[in-house]
Design a protein around this ligand. Structure first.
Ligand SMILES: O=P(O)(O)OC[C@H]1O[C@H](OP(=O)(O)OP(=O)(O)O)[C@H](O)[C@@H]1O
Ligand SMILES: Nc1ncnc2[nH]cnc12
Length: 200
């Protein structure tokens, strides 16, 4: 009979699961980046979390989006933010990325995150970037997204912006510029933070 295996370590797991608890435990390494607003990260962009993100984004495993939504919701609750009327939005993918994948990774995470916490999800941004950040060097990234993310409606007072990976912060900085002076509270949440290699 078919037995499911953890997509990371290949150990046997129960039906309906995709990754084992042991591998999941290894993904938790929270950190905070303080820029124009605070961005909290669930883990580091290194194995096994980087493998899970790759499976999620590029190898058609959207089921992992549910796990990420749950993990970000548990991080949010742990951080004890004041009880406010938060709205949830997400970092948009550009047209090519959306077309290639057939889904917007950050939106899928945000859908699960917002439904667990009972916060409304809103489509707030579109991206007119010509290339995906992941295919560019760190130096090329700020130019690729500069003035390329647009607001499609006026933002709410308290907003949580969800993304999968934070690398140079260029994308979140653009989001910050768009929300500046328009929101009271802005919280960034990403599943992973890339540990910089400054030579890139
Ligand atoms: O901090 P930065 O250096 O700006 O990089 C982070 C961004 O790069 C990735 O998106 P990408 O443009 O590769 O598109 P995708 O998520 O739609 O694949 C990732 O999902 C973040 O949005
Ligand atoms: N998926 C990704 N998103 C952002 N930066 C990355 N660097 C490597 N992979 C990445």
């Amino acid at each position: 009979m078919f037995e499911p295996y953890c997509i990371i370590c290949k150990s046997k797991i129960s039906f309906g699961k995709i990754v084992c608890e042991n591998c999941l435990k290894k993904t938790y390494a929270p950190s905070l980046t303080e820029g124009d607003f605070k961005v909290y990260h669930y883990g580091k962009y290194e194995e096994p979390l980087s493998q899970l993100i790759t499976e999620f984004k590029y190898n058609s495993h959207p089921k992992i989006g549910k796990i990420f939504g749950e993990k970000l919701a548990s991080l949010f609750l742990k951080l004890n933010f004041p009880a406010l009327n938060y709205y949830v939005s997400y970092v948009p993918s550009n047209y090519i990325s959306k077309f290639e994948k057939g889904f917007v990774p950050a939106k899928l995470i945000a859908i699960y995150f917002s439904s667990i916490l009972g916060f409304p999800l809103i489509d707030l941004f579109i991206s007119k970037a010509l290339k995906k950040q992941a295919q560019l060097s760190y130096k090329q990234r700020s130019k690729n997204v500069h003035n390329k993310i647009r607001l499609i409606q006026s933002p709410p007072e308290n907003i949580i912006v969800v993304d999968d990976v934070y690398t140079t912060g260029s994308t979140m900085n653009e989001i910050a510029n768009l929300l500046e002076n328009k929101c009271e509270v802005i919280i960034g949440l990403t599943m992973a933070k890339t540990i910089h290699n400054h030579s890139l």
